[in-house]
Design a protein around this ligand. Structure first.
Ligand code: ATP
Ligand code: MG
Length: 405
C-alpha cells in the first residue's frame, strides 16, 4: 500500500477486527493514527477496541453466517482475527473469495488447536517441545499420562487463557480420569480430545514476537527482541519485560525457533511465539498466537514500533523495518476479583502515574468477572530491573472498585 485514502470517504481503506479486546484496542489506535477506517466486531457491546472504532458490530463470532455477512458488507482490505474463538470455516471461505485474512485462515486454524499445533510443530517442523500424548477418552487419558510421566498437565484441544488445564500429580487411574473430565468440561466446543503434556519446572518464559511484512514483492520474516515474562503461579500473564538479560546465545536460539514458526505459518503480521525455558536447561516451543501477544504490551513502552503498530502496518501492506528497543521497560497486568460489576472504577491512577516513566492503559471493559484483566501498567527505566521495580510499585497503587464504592 502506497496511498492511504481518507477514512469514511470514497474508497476508504478499512480494517476489520474480529475481537475487540485490549490488544485489539491498541491495534485499532495504531490503525486510527494511520488514517485507516476501523471496524470492530465482538460478542458484547463496547468491548475496548469499539471505543476507538468508526463502526462496531455485536455478534457471536463462532457464527459463520454472521461473520461472513459483516465482512462482505464492509469489504475491508484486511480482516484481523484478534481472539481464538472465531469461526475458522468462515475465514477459509472468505479467503477463497479473495478477502485478506491476517495472517491467513490456515494459520489461525492451526494455532487455535493444541493437537494440530503440536503435531505440526513437533512432528513436521521438528521443534523441541514438552513430551506429549493425545487422548479422547478417560481410558486413553490414563494411558497418555502413563506414557508422558508424572506430574503432567491435561489441556483441552481448544481453550484459551489456561482454561481446562489440569495438573495430575498422582499416578492413579482414578485421579487421571477425574482430571480428564475436569479438563474437557472447560473446552471450547464439544471436543473430548486433550493433549497430555509433561509438566516442566520453569526457569523462565519468553514470547518472541516474529513478524512478516511485504518488502517489495517478497515477504520478509524477522523477530523482535525477545520479551521475558513470569506468571507467579497463575495461569495468565502478570509481568513482562524487555530486553531480556538472559544469555545472548539462548535468546538467539529462541529467535530462530520463532522465525521458523512464522515462516512456516506464512502470511503477514505479528506472531507471538511462546517458549518455555526449563530448569533442566531446555528451550521448548509451547504455542503460537498468530497476532499480537498480551505479554507484548510492554513493546508499547520499549520499542519504536510496538507489536500493535507492526501488526497493522504488515496487515495493510506497509513496511515494518526492524523495530528498535529505545529503552528497557516492564509491564504488569491488573486483574479484578470483582464479581459482575457494571462500569467499575479504576482507583489510584493519580498515585500510580506520579513517578516519572509510568504509563497506564485502562481498557474500559464495561463489566467485571473474577480474573478479568482490566488494565496494564508500563514503566520505562535505565535497566529492566529498575523498570520491573517501578512498575510493581505503580501497580500496587491501583485498585478496581465498584462504581458506587
Ligand atoms: N507443560 C507445562 N509445564 C509447566 N508449565 C506449563 C506447561 N504448559 C503450560 N505451562 C504454563 O501455563 C501457561 C499457559 O499455558 P498455555 O500457553 O499452553 O495456555 P493458554 O491457555 O494458551 O494460555 P495463554 O492464552 O495465556 O497463552 C504457560 O505460559 C506456562 O506458564
Ligand atoms: Mg499460551
Amino acid at each position: 500500500m502506497d496511498r492511504i485514502p481518507t477514512p469514511l470517504g470514497p474508497g476508504a481503506a478499512k480494517v476489520l477486527l474480529l475481537g475487540g479486546g485490549e490488544l485489539g484496542k491498541e491495534v485499532a489506535i495504531e490503525a486510527q493514527r494511520l488514517g485507516l477506517e476501523v471496524v470492530v466486531v465482538d460478542r458484547y457491546d463496547w468491548a475496548p477496541a469499539m471505543h476507538v472504532a468508526h463502526r462496531r458490530y455485536v455478534v457471536n463470532m463462532l457464527d459463520a453466517g454472521a461473520v461472513e455477512a459483516i465482512v462482505e458488507r464492509e469489504n475491508p482490505v484486511a480482516v484481523i482475527p484478534e481472539i481464538e474463538a472465531v469461526n475458522t470455516e468462515a475465514l477459509e471461505r472468505l479467503e477463497e473469495k479473495g478477502y485478506h485474512i491476517v495472517p491467513n485462515a490456515r494459520a489461525v486454524k492451526t494455532a487455535m488447536n493444541r493437537i494440530e499445533l503440536r503435531r505440526w510443530a513437533a512432528e513436521e517442523l521438528g521443534l523441541p517441545t514438552t513430551r506429549y500424548a493425545f487422548a479422547e477418552t478417560p481410558e486413553e487419558a490414563y494411558e497418555a499420562c502413563e506414557k508422558v510421566g508424572y506430574p503432567c498437565l491435561i489441556k483441552p484441544e481448544m481453550s484459551s487463557s489456561g482454561h481446562g488445564h489440569v495438573k495430575v500429580t498422582e499416578p492413579s487411574r482414578w485421579a487421571v480420569e477425574k482430571a480428564y473430565m475436569e479438563s474437557i468440561s472447560h473446552a471450547r466446543g464439544a471436543s473430548r480430545r486433550v493433549i497430555v503434556e509433561e509438566y516442566v519446572e520453569l526457569e523462565t518464559e519468553y514470547t518472541v514476537l516474529a513478524y512478516r511484512w511485504l518488502d517489495g514483492d517478497k515477504v520478509r520474516t524477522d523477530t523482535m527482541e525477545p520479551v521475558e515474562h513470569w506468571r507467579y503461579g497463575e495461569y495468565h500473564y502478570i509481568e513482562s519485560w524487555q530486553p531480556s538479560t538472559r544469555p545472548r546465545d539462548l535468546l538467539q536460539r529462541a529467535r530462530e525457533i520463532a522465525l521458523r514458526v512464522a515462516e512456516a505459518l506464512g502470511g503477514v503480521g505479528v506472531f507471538g511465539v511462546e517458549l518455555l525455558q526449563t530448569r533442566d536447561g531446555r528451550l521448548l516451543f509451547s504455542e503460537v498466537a498468530p497476532r499480537p501477544h498480551d505479554t507484548g504490551l510492554v513493546t508499547l513502552a520499549s520499542q519504536d514500533i510496538s507489536e500493535f503498530q507492526a501488526h497493522i502496518r504488515a496487515a495493510v501492506g506497509l513496511p515494518v523495518p526492524r523495530p528498535r528497543i529505545l529503552t528497557p521497560a516492564a509491564s504488569i497486568a491488573v486483574y479484578t476479583d470483582l464479581e459482575d460489576e457494571w462500569y467499575p472504577v479504576l482507583s489510584g491512577a493519580y498515585q500510580a502515574l506520579i513517578e516519572q516513566g509510568i504509563e497506564l492503559r485502562w481498557f474500559g471493559k464495561p463489566r467485571t468477572y473474577p480474573g478479568r484483566r482490566m488494565a496494564v501498567v508500563l514503566a520505562r527505566a535505565e535497566t529492566v530491573e529498575e523498570a520491573r521495580e517501578k512498575v510493581r510499585q505503580a501497580a500496587k497503587k491501583l485498585k478496581i472498585i465498584p462504581r458506587n464504592a
